[in-house]
Design a protein around this ligand. Structure first.
Ligand SMILES: NC(=O)C1=CN([C@@H]2O[C@H](COP(=O)(O)OP(=O)(O)OC[C@H]3O[C@@H](n4cnc5c(N)ncnc54)[C@H](O)[C@@H]3O)[C@@H](O)[C@H]2O)C=CC1
Ligand SMILES: O=C(O)C(=O)COP(=O)(O)O
Length: 498
């Protein structure tokens, strides 16, 4: 999928791209956006760049599909008039699709992607930026978790990248806008680890309330210190939730079942679950809560959301929990409030700077603060969550690579079509383009002499995405459609699937 340049490609850029098929049906380097001959048809003669040999597939667990065979493991998708079978789209040899999975992405994902015949390279850790820049150069898809930063600089090094999978909830580690401008869709797992985070927070509420971290530390040092002063039941206490999304609302239900009163603050009005109540401002929430827990995404608005002013607003001896993002809390202000006793304890799972890998040194002003639980970003780290995330994100990636479906993308217009007719000479056009007036007319003109079975397009910010299924096209016409669409001045990425 060489996924095209960030700005609409110039004619010379287009000329460099291999836009003509190989007679040998070996996939060109730009495997995901360059049409070859449809199955069962003879390929037109080639005049373009010589097609490179297919790369080795040593990292692929399964035997790759040979060119011209169907992609395995794909479901048929519903029926439609005139044909009972949905076509399995295969415009490229799946063995030529290179996928880089970092940060110990779950085995469920590795298996699902290898089952497609893709080449999958896995790494247990995040990569240093220079290594990442080298590795990302020729991959079509990268899978990451919360640690890998896909900055503009890294994305600009990725010559063929078409899709990113964040095998987690947060997507703040990716420059989403820049990715979109290059036609790179980003998928995440919006709720597969929410329950794991909510359960951890429930545990932390009890642990903080009973000063369990400190008692445990003392016991490991051989110190017996039985105290009840400032230790409380959580029943009847007030939990203040900041950010009432998937995690916050799940937590709300669990906390009420433990006998807590729940209030929440969110930037949008939301239906309170159980008997919880939304309050009008953050300050109001801070003033009434015995426990404050943060479940907001990292955005410009949430950076340093909890600093000295907010900590002072919190009740004397109340507790703070942060399992959202490290940048949401000013660490020095929190350390000061803990040491002064104004804040009775804190549980912190996320930090502004987190070590790159297990075994690396962790440094924080919070080390040694009283009744302070520090955990290494494990909110979503359960077997259940990781396995579900692996399945969910890998399916989204497969659907995008094989079918062009962008449903669930966080930075991209969400577009899907009913299954394409199971006919040799039907194709699916996937066109990512600049969201400016006049584009649809131009595409309609290109497709004017063809039978467009169905078409859908949507936009998000500066980019738009169109999918169209076209029947009764010859291999020469496929080349012509591909060439003319990809040469439009608004083109970001054009793919033809068949
Ligand atoms: N510690 C860990 O391992 C994990 C951490 N997370 C973090 O938790 C965050 C929240 O996750 P979800 O609940 O799934 O997200 P979500 O998107 O479902 O909910 C976030 C809520 O925060 C609200 N919000 C946004 N800006 C706000 C502001 N300035 N003030 C008040 N409310 C605001 C939104 O309206 C939304 O209701 C993620 O973005 C991620 O960064 C998620 C999973 C695991
Ligand atoms: O899902 C998230 O946003 C998380 O913070 C979990 O990140 P992780 O997959 O543990 O790197």
């Amino acid at each position: 999928m060489s996924f095209a340049p960030s700005s609409p490609p110039s004619v010379s850029q287009q000329q460099r791209a291999p836009t003509t098929p190989s007679t040998a049906r070996v996939m060109p380097t730009n495997v995901m956006n360059t049409p070859t001959a449809p199955q069962g048809t003879s390929a037109p003669s080639t005049t373009g760049a010589a097609a490179p040999a297919a790369p080795s597939t040593t990292s692929s667990a399964n035997a790759p599909n040979t060119p011209g065979t169907e992609i395995r493991g794909r479901e048929r998708q519903g029926s439609f008039g005139g044909s009972t079978r949905a076509k399995v789209l295969k415009p490229f040899n799946t063995a030529n699709i290179k996928i880089l999975l970092l940060e110990n992405v779950n085995e469920t994902a590795v298996r699902a992607l290898r089952d497609q015949g893709y080449q999958v390279e896995t790494h247990a850790k995040a990569l240093a930026e220079d290594v990442l820049i080298e590795k990302i150069k020729d991959v079509h898809c990268v899978g990451i978790r919360s640690k890998t930063k896909l900055t503009k600089k890294v994305l600009d090094a990725a010559e063929k990248l078409g899709v990113i999978g964040c095998f987690c909830i947060g997507t703040n580690q990716v420059d989403l806008e820049h990715a979109a401008s290059k036609g790179i869709a980003v998928f995440n797992s919006p709720f597969s680890n929410s329950r794991s985070v909510a359960e951890l927070v429930i545990a932390e509420i009890v642990l903080l309330s009973r000063q369990l971290g400190d008692r445990n530390n003392e016991m490991h040092q051989g110190i017996w210190s039985k105290v009840s002063a400032n230790c409380y039941e959580i029943r009847g206490k007030t939990l203040g939730i900041v950010g009432y999304g998937h995690i916050g609302s799940q937590l709300s239900v669990l906390a009420e079942s433990m006998g807590m009163r729940v209030y929440f603050h969110d930037v949008v009005p939301l239906m309170p679950l159980g008997t919880s109540k939304q309050v009008g401002s953050l300050d109001e929430l801070l003033e009434i809560s015995d426990f404050v827990t943060l479940h907001v995404p990292e955005t410009e608005d949430t950076k340093n959301m909890i600093g000295e002013h907010e900590l002072n607003k919190m009740k004397q001896g109340s507790f703070l929990i942060n399992a959202s993002r490290g940048t949401v809390v000013q660490i020095s202000a929190l350390a000061k409030a803990l040491r002064s006793g104004h804040i009775g304890g804190a549980a912190v799972d996320v930090f502004p700077k987190e070590p790159a890998a297990n075994g690396k040194f962790f440094e924080s002003e919070l080390i040694g603060c009283p009744n302070t639980l520090l955990t290494p970003h494990i909110g979503g780290s359960t077997e259940e969550a990781q396995s579900m995330i692996g399945v969910e994100v890998s399916q989204a990636l497969i659907k995008f690579i094989n079918n062009g479906t962008s449903i669930g993308a966080v930075n991209f217009p969400e577009v899907d079509l009913r299954a394409i007719r199971d006919e040799e000479n039907s194709i699916r056009l996937c066109y990512t383009h600049a969201n400016v007036p006049g584009v649809l007319l131009r595409i309609t003109n290109i497709l004017a002499d063809h039978n467009v079975d169905k078409q859908f397009s949507d936009s998000k910010g500066k980019i738009a995405y169109l999918m169209a299924d076209i029947s009764d096209v010859t291999p020469e016409q496929i080349q012509d459609i591909y060439r003319r669409v990809s040469e439009t001045p608004t083109n970001i990425v054009t793919r033809v699937l068949y």
